[in-house]
Ligand binder design. Structure first.
Ligand SMILES: C[S@@+](CC[C@H](N)C(=O)[O-])C[C@H]1O[C@@H](n2cnc3c(N)ncnc32)[C@H](O)[C@@H]1O
Length: 396
């Protein structure tokens, strides 16, 4: 057998083994490392021509997924235990069978469904994940952000590549033909707002479920009683993280408060957050809750430019007591070889709201600027970390 054939067979064997290799979440670190190596291997197999082809057509993969989400294709396939023909799917969706066939072949070519034989499609793990409200929200939010991505190069060119963007001055205004910020636009669009809030409930790391074990809450909440304010989830969306803390620490241990803009708090359904106080709050104003044990921001600061974030942080610092902690739960860009995801995330922030995906050093500098000092940074297998800060000891 020629070397090329042997090599091809070896690669095929590796591919079929890969799907069974890392079943347990405890292998997350290894899985991510191997995934990056595999991506590198694929990259080395590309010629500049095939690389450019893959890149320039990539947005259509997302748009195809968006169409399939809204049509309900993932829902129909996931409901059935066996494969379905395009005609079966079209009947269930009351859609044109030719259109369904075209979408199905795109979904199969991008591993979102499984073509098991001629005109027979079955659900796979991705199909089943894509029926989750957070995943639909994830896909449809990205589709909604696209106008800002399209406008990014023109907007940067127009500003001679010398800009200090913020939510009022970024590619979002150009791409969406509006003077409003992304947040203001979303407040007026119930469908985007639902997709975005669902998206925010997405598990950010595999450690999500044990978030309360992951950070030493018990130590920070030591000797607390019902009147103490334990946890203020600032920009906490629909309250998924606040809920996790509340379930681990009963009312007798202290208060849990969720803060967000009225357009978000107004979407919280009655009874969905038992024993959590919900408060309208805009970070542009001073923080009304003083002396809490923990002020927590997950995925919030990256939405805002440095000068805006510094202003918000100064409000939190002014509310903190000597024992208060500020936790910034954020995905950080490594200085050496950052991941694809984080660099994409960064451009998304730049285009849509003038935000930035910071490195550990940048985020630390921002916190220090407002009189805070970093106690610790706890990392997770993906890019997400919790940076823990308190008031600088010499300023107390
Ligand atoms: C990316 S989401 C993160 C939501 C949540 N913390 C999470 O991790 O799922 C950012 C949140 O910040 C809120 N937000 C944006 N600007 C704000 C402001 N000026 N004041 C308060 N909240 C704000 C948004 O409404 C949104 O819920």
């Amino acid at each position: 057998m020629s070397t090329i054939e042997e090599w091809t067979q070896e690669f095929e064997a590796l591919c079929s083994r890969a799907s069974n290799l890392f079943i347990s979440e405890s292998h997350e670190n290894v899985r991510i490392r191997v995934l990056r190596l595999a991506e590198k291997a694929v990259h080395q197999l590309h010629t500049p021509m095939t690389y450019a082809e893959a890149q320039t057509w990539a947005p259509l993969e997302l748009f195809g997924a968006g169409v399939a989400c809204e049509m309900g294709i993932f829902d129909v396939l996931s409901k059935h235990s066996g494969p379905l023909s395009t005609a079966d799917i079209a009947i269930e969706l009351n859609a044109d069978p030719h259109l369904v066939a075209r979408i199905m072949r795109l979904l199969d070519a991008h591993y979102m469904v499984e073509q098991v034989s001629l005109d027979q499609y079955a659900a796979n793990a991705i199909t089943r994940d894509y029926v989750q409200p957070y995943r639909k929200g994830n896909i449809m939010t990205q589709v909604a952000l696209m106008p800002s991505y399209f406008a990014l190069s023109a907007w940067l060119r127009h500003n001679n590549y010398k800009v200090m963007p913020d939510a009022n001055n970024c590619a979002w205004q150009v791409g969406s033909n509006t003077t409003k910020t992304f947040w203001e636009s979303m407040a007026e669009d119930p469908s985007l707002s639902k997709y975005f809030n669902d998206y925010m409930t997405i598990p950010r790391t595999t450690h999500e479920k044990d978030f309360v074990d992951f950070y030493p809450f018990e130590t920070i909440f030591a000797n607390s009683s019902a009147k103490d304010i334990l946890f203020v989830d600032i920009g906490g969306g629909l309250g998924h993280q606040a809920k996790r803390v509340r379930s681990a620490f009963p009312v007798s241990r202290g208060r849990v408060i969720l803060q967000d803009l009225p357009q978000v708090t107004g979407k919280i359904t009655v009874g969905s957050l038992p024993d959590i106080e919900v408060m309208n709050y805009n970070m542009a104003h001073s923080q009304p809750v003083k002396g809490a044990r923990i002020y927590y921001l997950r995925g919030v600061l990256h939405n805002h430019a440095d000068h805006v974030s510094a202003q918000y942080l100064s409000h939190f610092a002014a509310a903190m007591g000597p024992e208060s902690r500020l936790l910034i739960h954020e995905s950080l860009a490594t200085d050496l070889n950052p991941t694809k995801n984080i660099t994409r995330f960064d451009l998304s922030m730049l285009a849509s709201c003038g935000g930035v995906q910071r490195s550990e050093v940048e985020q630390k500098a921002l916190l220090e600027k407002v009189g805070l000092e970093i106690i610790d940074t706890i990392s997770t297998p993906r890019d997400w970390s919790i940076m823990e800060a308190r008031l600088k000891r010499d300023l107390i």
